[in-house]
Design a protein. Structure first.
Ligand code: FAD
Length: 438
């Protein structure tokens, strides 16, 4: 007997961090037969989806298939690099989800058969589904950088999936002599967490300033601009001498249409990178390669020529494969960014749609939310926030006018407000990880 009721549906969907607004005409149909949803990937998108499916309709059998036993959040991993946080502080397990009745399977998904509606794993098991949710995150285009591959990345880490590479990069920073050079090579757009490389630069510079003040940090960027650029640059001027002859942080950009600082080749033995026009030698090198949807999305025929997954943003159902929904970084979800907060919001919209579809109800009218925090220096945080809604007329998602915004610059704010932004960033971390994994 289903425990799913229209009242519960509305109550829980309203509680879902205010991300989804439901049509008043939603029909009160109640399903009686057990439906199966298989979720591929237990990161931010997938774990949120699995938990909220069970919370919103406990009659659904939910199986979450995740390759790893522990999940390390990428958010706040830059604070592990600066030594402000320990790696165990960003580690989460799946017992909370099991407590909600999610069946958690640790295996690698090797294929999804959209016609037969089943998921295959490397342990030889097969899981049938009525609907499948795929949230595999990103994979990396090592092939675009001569001399770089998955094996080299173990010693010249991208650390763009948090975990052992985060620890490796931290140890390399600790081992570096004062006066050394750290090089960060951010990826081209689009990529996971647009402000992430620049927050990383800020956090590493904070560590260097306190422990190795003669060192330098070069950002070798294939782009002419980046997220929250004005706010980051002002912070770097304030704390790290940016723009002066004594700057700790230097940003080496690439004008549009040029390949000046587009990374082409790596000599791993000397930690030297060659770009279209320049050569940089590092003591600690952090290459963040170009990205596409997680590999399983490609294997399952969910990606288009861009390497990402086209979806109907009302339901997150793939436009290429029926009954499969793609959420999180792997999806083409513009104007939402590839962020954990957005993945969490998309998961709730997707779950609401799936429950409606499985119960022959009208799909609710979605809205979505995102905030990206970055900590430039202890006591100095910044953020960009937006609320989005689905436009039925255009079939597109657009920002809600007057919603969200950007932290003001130093002239229009106080350090007390900036300190509060840092506190919000840390409390956001506590809240979202509890929302996803508890
Ligand atoms: C340094 C850094 C800082 C960041 N800071 C922020 C921030 O402050 N705020 C914010 O909102 N976002 C931030 N992000 C972005 C955020 O981490 C991602 O957007 C978010 O994790 C995306 O969620 P996802 O579910 O798409 O992918 P993930 O969280 O990466 O989850 C994917 C999961 O799928 C699993 N998987 C993949 N393939 C398979 C397979 N074949 N079989 C089984 N399992 C599989 C993986 O093991 C993984 O657990 C940051 C990212 C980085 C790198």
């Amino acid at each position: 007997m289903s425990q799913f009721t229209r009242r519960n549906f509305l109550k829980l969907s309203g509680a879902a961090a205010a991300v989804s607004t439901f049509a008043c005409s939603t029909a009160p149909a109640i399903a009686s037969n057990k439906k199966r949803v298989v979720v591929v990937g237990g990161g931010i998108g997938g774990a949120t989806a699995a938990k909220y499916l069970r919370l919103m309709d406990s009659s659904i059998e939910v199986t979450l298939i995740e390759a790893n036993k522990d999940y390390y959040t990428c958010f706040m991993s830059n604070e592990v690099l600066s030594g402000e946080r320990d790696i165990d502080n960003i580690k989460f397990g799946y017992s909370g989800l099991k407590g909600h009745g999610v069946t958690v399977v640790h295996a690698k998904v090797t294929g999804i058969d959209a016609d037969k509606q089943r998921v295959m794993t490397d342990s030889g098991d097969t899981f049938a589904y009525d609907r499948c949710i795929v949230s595999p995150g990103v994979s990396f285009r090592y092939d675009l950088i001569e001399g770089y591959d998955e094996t080299v990345a173990e010693t010249i880490p991208h650390a763009w999936k948090a975990g052992s590479q985060t620890v490796t990069l931290r140890k390399q920073l600790e081992a570096m002599q004062d006066g050394g050079t750290v090089v960060i090579a951010p990826p081209p757009n689009p990529f996971r967490c647009p402000p992430g490389p620049y927050e990383r630069a800020s956090q590493i510079a904070h560590y260097l300033k306190s422990h190795k003040p003669k060192s330098k940090l070069l950002i070798v960027d294939p782009k002419p601009a980046f997220s929250k650029k004005g706010l980051f640059e002002a912070g770097w001027r304030k704390y790290y001498g940016y723009g002066t002859s004594n700057a700790m942080i230097e940003w080496h950009s690439t004008p549009s249409g040029s390949d000046d600082n587009v990374l082409k080749e790596l000599d791993a033995s000397t930690k030297t990178i060659m770009t279209g026009f320049n050569e940089y030698k590092a003591d600690v090198l952090n290459i963040i390669p170009a990205q596409t949807a997680g590999m399983i999305a490609k294997t399952a025929g969910l990606t288009d020529n861009s390497g990402w997954c086209p979806v109907n943003m009302m339901t997150f159902e793939s436009t290429l494969q029926k009954n499969i929904h793609v959420i999180g970084d792997a999806a083409i979800q513009s104007p939402l960014p590839k962020s954990g907060y957005a993945a969490n919001s998309e998961a709730k919209v997707c779950v609401s749609a799936i429950i409606a579809l499985l119960n022959d109800m009208q799909v609710p009218q979605p809205s979505y939310v995102n905030t990206c925090y970055s900590v430039i220096h202890p006591g100095d945080g910044i953020s960009v926030a937006a609320v989005y809604r689905y436009n039925n007329a255009t079939g597109k998602v657009e920002s809600v006018e007057g919603s969200g915004g950007l932290t003001p610059g130093y002239d229009d704010t106080t350090m007390e407000m900036r300190a509060r932004e840092e506190q919000y960033a840390h409390s956001w971390f506590n809240n979202i990880t509890a929302d996803v994994f508890s």
